[in-house]
Design a protein around this ligand. Structure first.
Ligand SMILES: C[S@@+](CC[C@H](N)C(=O)[O-])C[C@H]1O[C@@H](n2cnc3c(N)ncnc32)[C@H](O)[C@@H]1O
Length: 343
C-alpha cells in the first residue's frame, strides 16, 4: 500500500465537481416554474408534480436537492420557498436575479436532459456502463482516491481477517479490492464474481499482476444465478446491491450469501447510505441520487437500518459499523457482520 498513501482527501475536488452541476439544476427549476408554483403556498411533492406535469419519482429527488442547497425548505411534508428563493428566484420579487443566474449556463453534463426526464420519465438504464475497459479502469483509479485504502483498513482491523483463507468479492469488477486484500494476507485466495465481459477484461488487464494466480474471476449474473461458491470465510459486497434492495430481494440474496460462508465467517458491505453526512456531501449525494434516477437506475442509497435488519434475519450478528468518512468522494457506510447461524 506504500505507493498508494494519500496526503490529502480527494473529496475536496470531487464535491467541487459535483457542485459544478448545480447551475443546470437551478436552470431546470426556473424553466419549469418550480419557485412560482411554490410561491403560491406550501405544497406537497404530489401537488407540485401535478402543477408542473412532471414524474413523481424524479420530482421528489429534484425537490430534495433544491432543499439541500437552501433554495427550498421541507416542513411537515410540504415544500416552501426559502429566504433565498423568495428574494432572488421568483419573477415577482423586485430584486430577483433570474437573468443573472441564467448567465451561469454550466457545461454539458448529466442534467442536460433534466427537464425532459422530469416530464417524460427516465431513459432506459445502460447496464454495460460498468463493463468497458475505460469504465473498469476508471472505477479502479477512483477507488485509489480513498475508498480502497478505507475498505482495506476497515477489513484488516477485523480480528478474524488474518485467519481468512477464501474470500468472495461479489460484483467486484476487475478485483481491485481483492488484490489489495491479498497484499495484506499471504494465505488468502479470492473469487471475484462479475459479469462475463468484466471477467474477461480482468483476465487480460490483470494478467501481469503479482497476485494474479491467487484470484479466480467467476463469470456470473446475479439476475440468473445466486450460487457463488462455498466455504468463504470473508465475503465482500461493495456498491452492488442497491438495485437488489430496491427490488425487495435483499433478504433472499443475503440468505444465499450466508449459505456460501462458513460459520464464524466475516461479511463486509460498502454502500452509500444517506446517514450523517457533512453539508457538502449531502448536496453531492442528492445530485448523485437525482442523476441515478434520471439514468433509469432505481437508487444509489442503501439505508443502514434496512441492511442491518436484513443481515440479522439472514443469520448474521456481531456488527461493526463505520460511519461515512467525510474525506471520501462517495462517503459510504462500512458494515461488517459475523455469520452466527446456518440458514
Ligand atoms: C458500481 S460497480 C461496483 C464495483 C466494485 N464492487 C466497487 O465497489 O468499486 C457494480 C459492479 O457490479 C457488476 N454488475 C452489474 N450488474 C451485474 C449483474 N447482473 N451480475 C453480476 N455483476 C453485475 C458490474 O459489472 C460492476 O463491476
Amino acid at each position: 500500500m506504500n505507493t498508494l498513501t494519500l496526503h490529502s482527501p480527494f473529496s475536496f475536488i470531487s464535491n467541487l465537481l459535483y457542485k459544478s452541476h448545480l447551475p443546470k439544476v437551478i436552470h431546470a427549476a426556473i424553466e419549469l416554474g418550480v419557485f412560482e408554483v411554490i410561491a403560491k403556498g406550501p405544497n406537497s411533492c404530489e401537488e407540485i408534480r401535478k402543477s408542473l406535469n412532471t414524474h413523481h419519482h424524479i420530482t421528489e429527488s429534484f425537490l430534495n436537492l433544491l432543499c439541500s442547497i437552501d433554495l427550498l425548505q421541507l416542513n411537515n411534508g410540504l415544500y416552501e420557498l426559502s429566504a433565498l428563493s423568495k428574494d432572488f428566484l421568483v419573477k415577482q420579487s423586485p430584486v430577483n436575479q433570474i437573468d443573472y443566474i441564467a448567465s451561469f449556463s454550466g457545461n454539458s453534463g448529466p442534467f442536460d436532459q433534466l427537464v425532459e426526464g422530469l416530464r417524460n420519465g427516465s431513459s432506459e438504464f445502460k447496464y454495460d456502463m460498468w463493463s468497458t475497459e475505460k469504465a473498469v479502469l476508471g472505477m479502479e483509479q477512483m477507488a485509489k482516491g480513498g475508498s480502497l485504502q478505507h475498505i482495506v483498513s476497515f477489513i484488516t482491523s477485523i480480528p478474524q481477517f488474518k485467519n481468512c483463507r477464501k474470500m468472495c468479492d461479489l460484483g467486484g469488477s476487475i478485483g481491485y479490492y481483492s488484490f489489495a486484500l491479498l497484499e495484506e494476507n499471504p494465505n488468502l485466495f479470492a473469487h471475484v464474481c462479475d459479469l462475463p465481459k468484466v471477467c474477461q477484461l480482468a483476465k487480460t488487464l490483470k494478467n501481469n499482476h503479482p497476485h494474479f494466480n491467487r484470484v479466480c474471476f467467476e463469470e456470473f449474473d446475479i439476475h440468473t444465478n445466486q450460487s457463488f461458491g462455498h466455504d468463504y470465510d470473508l465475503f465482500l459486497i461493495s456498491h452492488f446491491i442497491y438495485e437488489i434492495a430496491a427490488q425487495k430481494k435483499l433478504l433472499e440474496l443475503l440468505k444465499n450469501v450466508n449459505r456460501s460462508m462458513t460459520l464464524g465467517a466475516v461479511f463486509v458491505s460498502n454502500h452509500i447510505s444517506s446517514d450523517e453526512l457533512s453539508e457538502d456531501h449531502k448536496i453531492t449525494l442528492h445530485l448523485i441520487e437525482l442523476q441515478t434516477r434520471l439514468m433509469g437506475y432505481p437508487t444509489h442509497q442503501l439505508p443502514e437500518e434496512l441492511l442491518v435488519n436484513a443481515l440479522t434475519e439472514a443469520g448474521f450478528g456481531d456488527f461493526r459499523i463505520q460511519k461515512p468518512d467525510k474525506n471520501l468522494a462517495y462517503p459510504s457506510l462500512l458494515i461488517s457482520a459475523i455469520k452466527i447461524k446456518n440458514i
